[in-house]
Design a protein around this ligand. Structure first.
Ligand code: NAD
Length: 499
């Protein structure tokens, strides 16, 4: 095993502003392309969790962060965005090592993190509190307050972007944040915390606690001083967190899994649709909550479309994430690849036919990494497990459809409702289906495009609440009504006014 970063030094974690070795088990983070250790660190311990949350609470009460004027907090967040941009290539390379995504994708994630801090700085500066219509001789207002200590729990598939999406609005709102990154990808959250401190976020306001979700994540969620959890991850974990939140009467936002339908009509621009469907499922190696993983193609064009799609999938450049030309890197872990392989085997058992892929790529370049080929399965029906369960890998199931009623019924027949794609030149049809499909996000003649200004989230088992958008900052604030008496008279109570 070669040294990629610096294996002689144990990576410190951040416990209430103290950068030190975690109190938990030592482990190595691995580069998914080669299996080499990127760095060593000690996970957080339960004592670290306690210290981090107590420290966050203290920093919230005493650092003055919450009392700073919005434009002053915003200035610090703008500086965070600037520092991310100054270090963007270094961060993108570290992210590539941390989770094996192709460098072109990690550059985008880093840019997105900078944009998120910039956006929430602006949201903080421009957030308005309202004077509401009065029903008496008083002034009535609606104002917002920070919550105190909030937690951000993130998955391994888009580090830095996921953490920024939670940390930026939480800090903008005046809170302290305890971040629990995925155990296998802790490095970017740690870097982001360093950048925040360097930009002027008071020490102690941010902690980053890598470790097992069932231990560290659970302890954070259960802690009485944690007033809100913003979670991105699997639906099973999300439901578990929701149960704890119900007991604590704690607001949560849950960004969960998906099994998103993409619909290609016979009047679609086929070149665009082929490229869009390939990008929708195979970018990020399919390790994407919004992956367009269930494809429905109009019967009349099914054969010709699938021919082009399968050829396109087989031509995708799978390989070294450091190469600018790579389109699909390795999967996150060897274990995750096994899960995907067992799903492909299940699809075949259920009667599916492999149109392309269904195996690991061959050759020396792939031997040490967790690579898997872009895979398309046909001959299945929407009710089968392969079409209903989230695989979270480069596996597309494809089905023909006959008519509109049948299509929309199948597209909506899922416990998930995160995203959907529609490919047609007919704008009336696009409108009809765009409104009828049950999903938090709909892309028409495009896919996987985002704006930080547009709220994001899922329906049903895909989640609760929304992130991003100008009002995303309000998720991290409590709303308060204030009434100011505006006359000299006492309230007409118990005859007081007669005295
Ligand atoms: P996961 O649920 O296993 O883990 C997510 C995070 O939660 C990790 O930090 C993990 O350590 C932590 N965790 C695990 N158990 C916990 C517990 N009991 N209490 C508190 N925290 C706990 O998910 P994953 O495998 O890391 O990520 C893949 C999943 O994330 C997929 O289902 C994917 O669809 C989903 N995802 C959703 C979005 C979205 O925005 N909707 C984005 C990315 C990923």
């Amino acid at each position: 095993m070669g040294t990629i970063v610096n294996l002689d030094q144990v990576q410190a974690i951040c416990v209430a502003g103290n950068w030190r070795q975690g109190g938990g088990d030592r482990y190595a983070t691995l580069y998914p392309a080669t299996g080499e250790a990127v760095t060593h660190l000690h996970a957080a311990s339960l004592a670290d969790v306690e210290e981090a949350i107590q420290g966050a609470d203290r920093a919230f009460r005493t650092s003055g962060w919450a009392q700073r004027k919005p434009h002053e907090r915003a200035a610090v967040l703008y500086r965070v965005a600037q520092l991310i941009r100054e270090r963007s290539e270094e961060l993108a390379q570290l992210q590539r090592l941390d989770n094996g995504k192709p460098i072109t994708e990690t550059r985008n994630l880093v840019a997105s993190a900078a944009g998120t801090f910039q956006f929430f700085a602006a949201a903080c500066e421009t957030l308005e509190e309202t004077i509401t219509p009065t029903r008496g001789d008083h002034l009535s207002m609606s104002v917002y307050e920070p919550m105190g200590v909030v937690a951000a729990i993130t998955p391994w598939n888009s580090p830095i972007a996921s953490e920024a999406q939670k940390m930026a609005p939480a800090l903008a709102a005046g809170n302290a944040v305890v971040v629990k990154p995925a155990e296998v990808t802790p490095l970017l959250a740690l870097e982001l915390a360093k950048i925040c401190e360097q930009a002027g976020v008071p020490r102690g306001l941010i902690s980053v606690l890598p470790g097992k979700g069932s231990v560290i994540g659970d302890a954070i969620t259960l802690h009485p001083l944690v007033r809100r959890v913003s979670f991105t991850g699997g639906t099973t974990t999300g439901k578990h967190i929701a149960h704890i939140a119900a007991d604590k009467m704690m607001p949560v936002s849950l960004e969960l899994g998906g099994k998103s339908p993409t619909m290609v009509f016979d009047d679609a621009d086929i070149d665009h649709a082929v490229a869009g469907v390939l990008y929708g499922i195979f970018s990020s190696s399919g390790e994407s909550c919004i992956a367009g993983s269930r494809l429905f193609v109009a019967h009349g064009i099914y054969d010709s479309f699938m021919e082009r799609l399968a050829t396109g999938a087989a031509r995708l450049r799978v390989g070294d994430p450091a190469d600018d030309k790579t389109q699909m890197g390795p999967l996150i872990t060897a274990r995750h690849r096994e899960t995907i392989e067992s799903y492909v085997a299940l699809g075949v058992e259920e009667g599916g036919r492999l149109r392309t892929g269904g195996m690991r790529p061959q050759g020396a370049a792939y031997e040490r990494g967790n690579y898997y080929l872009p895979t398309i399965i046909e001959g299945v029906n929407n009710g089968q497990r392969i079409c209903q369960e989230e695989i979270f890998g480069p596996v597309l199931v494809a089905m023909p459809f006959d008519n509109e009623a049948d299509l929309i019924a199948q597209a909506n027949d899922s416990v998930y409702a995160l995203a959907a794609g529609i490919w047609t030149r007919d704008y009336k049809k696009a409108w009809r289906f765009g409104r009828a499909v049950q999903a938090g996000n709909v892309w028409i003649n495009t896919y996987k495009q985002f704006s930080i200004a547009t709220p994001f989230g899922g329906w049903r088992d895909s989640g609760l609440g929304r992130e991003k958008g100008r009002l995303g900052i309000l998720q991290y604030m409590e709303q308060k009504a204030m009434y100011w008496g505006m006359n000299e008279l006492p309230l007409p109570w118990a005859g007081v006014e007669m005295m």
